[in-house]
Design a protein around this ligand. Structure first.
Ligand code: DP6
Length: 364
């Protein structure tokens, strides 16, 4: 599909008002998206586990405007309170998607949003937030164009979400989502995420992600700034090629359930992401001493116990500890005995691979 396919046909009718609610999960990348071109086109393909517990729930109430003022009209409530500092981000998002959802200018909106995880946890909510918002907008569009099929609904929701935040396009469906054109993945696209189309061994079902909250403060570098630092980065081209190769190599690893090789790719991707930040200009170290302590303890434990537990990182100090369902008890025991001491106030979140976003309500 191309961008043009997401431009809607003229709407058949306009509802006067209504209310829709969607809940969208966060996701954790195994092969990382880091570096982008214009219009939120990724510099390399990526793949992620959709999560389950970490999610954003968004409700949009809409009311047809009396006259068309030409601009966007919306109020924003975050966890029940007006949140003016989120408004510019939504305004930018609306500007980017206006051609694809022209009804945006026809209504007054109230957007209410809340996260399942504490705001202060240092977990980014942009992926789940932009996905939930996009799904609500698609729910409204579906009311204006009722014959829309499910496949188009999800694709366009992912397409819109990407224009809000790249990784958000991987937060619409589950459980393993790939985004970015890859020559060996036939239906892959730079415009939206797809369900991973190849065989996946059952060992990856119910995979766990325990998120260790090492540092809950604001991120030192926003991902937008981080992506930008890949322009002119001395190692950028090699890094992008590595992501393509890692996706190639994952094909047989996913099919065979080869956890040893899975772990090598996942941990290498996490460290490469941070290596890119350490070697950009300006340069950053986003890991904290506790991040490194945790990584070393995971390596020691894995080599001694042979339990296939590994880590990945996002663009911050928190550590995602990944392990299959079959070693759940051992892994949790190890995390509690050895790793929780490195978390800020001992806080961590138990999450696992999930099935994707859910409609909570959609009525006229
Ligand atoms: C390190 O999707 O947050 O989490 O497109 O600028 O909103 P924008 O960036 P964002 O970048 C995510 C980067 C990452 C890796 C990943 O999720 O693939």
């Amino acid at each position: 599909m191309t961008e043009k396919d997401f431009l809607p046909a003229p709407y058949q009718h306009f509802s006067k008002n209504g209310k829709v609610t969607w809940k969208a999960p966060s996701n954790i990348a195994l092969v990382k998206y880091w570096g982008k071109l214009a219009n939120q086109i990724p510099a390399n393909p990526s793949i992620s586990f959709t999560l389950d517990a970490c999610a954003t729930t968004t409700t949009i109430s809409y009311q047809k405007k009396e006259g068309n003022t030409g601009g966007f009209s919306f109020d924003l409530l975050f966890e029940g309170k007006p949140k003016t500092d989120f408004k510019p981000k939504i305004e930018t998002f609306f500007n980017r998607i206006a051609d694809y959802v022209p009804f945006l200018k026809e209504y007054d909106f109230t957007i209410e949003t809340s996260n399942s995880f504490p705001h202060s946890s240092g977990i980014a909510s942009s992926a789940s937030g932009m996905a939930a918002l996009s799904l609500c907008l698609m729910e409204i569009e579906k009311q204006l164009n009722p014959e829309m099929d499910e496949m188009f609904f999800s694709r366009k929701a992912s397409f819109l979400a990407r224009l809000g935040s790249g990784s958000a396009c991987r937060s619409v469906e589950g459980d393993l989502i790939q985004w970015g054109k890859h020559p060996q993945i036939p239906s892959s696209s730079n415009l939206y995420g797809i369900k991973y189309p190849f065989e996946v061994n059952p060992i990856f079902k119910n995979y766990h992600d325990t998120i260790l909250l090492v540092h809950k403060g604001q991120k030192q570098v926003s991902s937008t700034v981080g992506h930008d630092l890949m322009h002119g980065h001395p190692y950028a081209e090699k890094r992008f090629q590595q992501a393509f190769d890692n996706l190639d190599n994952l094909k047989s690893i996913f099919a065979e359930g080869n956890l040893q090789d899975f772990i090598k790719i996942v941990e290498s991707e996490a460290l490469t992401l941070h290596a890119m930040m350490m070697t950009s200009m300006p340069y950053f170290i986003l890991m904290k001493p506790d991040t490194l302590e945790i990584i070393n303890k995971i390596w020691k434990y894995r080599s001694e116990s042979k339990v296939p537990i590994c880590f990945t990182l996002d663009a911050g100090a928190n550590v995602h500890v990944l392990y299959p369902e079959s070693v759940k008890e051992k892994a949790i025991q190890f995390i509690q005995d050895e790793l929780v001491a490195h978390c800020e106030n001992g806080h961590y979140i138990c999450d696992r691979i999930g099935v994707g976003a859910k409609k909570i309500m959609g009525k006229k």
